[in-house]
Design a protein around this ligand. Sequence first.
Ligand SMILES: [Cu+2]
Length: 321
Amino acid sequence: MHAFKKAAMAILGVAALVSAQQAFAKTVKVTMTAMEVDIATNGKMVGGEDTMAAWTFDGTVPGKPVRVEEGDTVDFTLINPATNKNDHAMDFHAAQVSVLDEFAPVKPGTEKHFKFEAKVPGVFMYHCGAGPMVQHIARGMYGVIIVEPKDKKNYPKADREYVLIQQQYFPDVENYGAMLNDANAWKGSLINGKVLHYDPVHDPKGDHDVMEAKPGERVRIFFVNANINLPVALHPIASIWDRVYINGNPKNQLVGIQTYNVAVAEAVTVDLVTPVNDKAATGIAIVDHSMNAALRGAISVLVSKKDADPKKGKGELIILK
Ligand SMILES: [Cu+2]
C-alpha cells in the first residue's frame, strides 16, 4: 500500500509539472502593418541618398523585435492597407507552417491572420516573402523574433541586450535584377537601417548613438544577417565573444570566439563581457570584419563606462533609435 501511494504521488507530481508548463505557455498577439514610406539611411556617405523609398513593417527598418518564450503561440496579423501599391507577406523563420498558406502574399486592402507555436528556442529572422523577395528585403522588410529558451542552465542572464541587424544597401531599390546579378550594385551596409548607425568615430559630424554598458557586464547581442548575398564576419574589435549561441540556442554553444561567420538569413546570439579597468571609458567596435562591408557602414560602437545609461540595452531600448 505504501509503495502504491508513493508511485501514485510521483505520477501526480509529473502530471502537475506538465500542466504547469502548459499553463506557462501563452498566446502572444502580434499585428504589423505593411507601410511603403521613405526612411532615413545616411546613404549619402556611401554614394546613395539620405532617404530610401522603403517598404516596411510598421514604418521602421528593421521592423519591431518580436519576443516570446519557447512554447508560446504567436497569433499574427499582417495588414496591407489599400493605399499600398504592392503585395506583402510574412515569413517567420521561427515558424513551421506552409509556405503556400501562412506565408502567402497579402494584396493591398486585405489582411492575413495565422498562428504558430514557437517550438524551437533561439533567434530568428523574419521578412517579407512577397515577390520579388530580394527587393522586399532590400527595401527594409525584415526583423528579428527572439524565442527565449525554457532551459536556462547554460544560458547566463545578460546585463544588457542589443539587437543589431545588418543589410546590404542598394541605392537603386527599383533595380532588383542588379541586386542579384551586379556585384557592384550594393554601396553600403545598414545596421538597424542606417550606415554607421552607432559609430560617431568614423562620422564625427553625424548624429550617431552608441551602445553602452558598465564595466564587467555581460552584453548580449542578437544579430541577424539580412544581407541579400553576403555572409557577415561578426567580430568585436578589442574584445572576444565569450559565448556564441549558434542560431541563438544555448544547446549550440561555442566559447572564446574572435569571429563568427553568419550566413545570409542566419541569426546568432553572442555575448561579450566588458573589461574591468581604471579607464574612464573602454570602446569596443562590433564589426563585419569583411573590410568592404565594415568601411561601408557595418561598424557599431559599444562604450563601457561606470556611468552608462541605465536604460540602454533593456526593455524597448534593446534596439537603439
Ligand atoms: Cu513586402
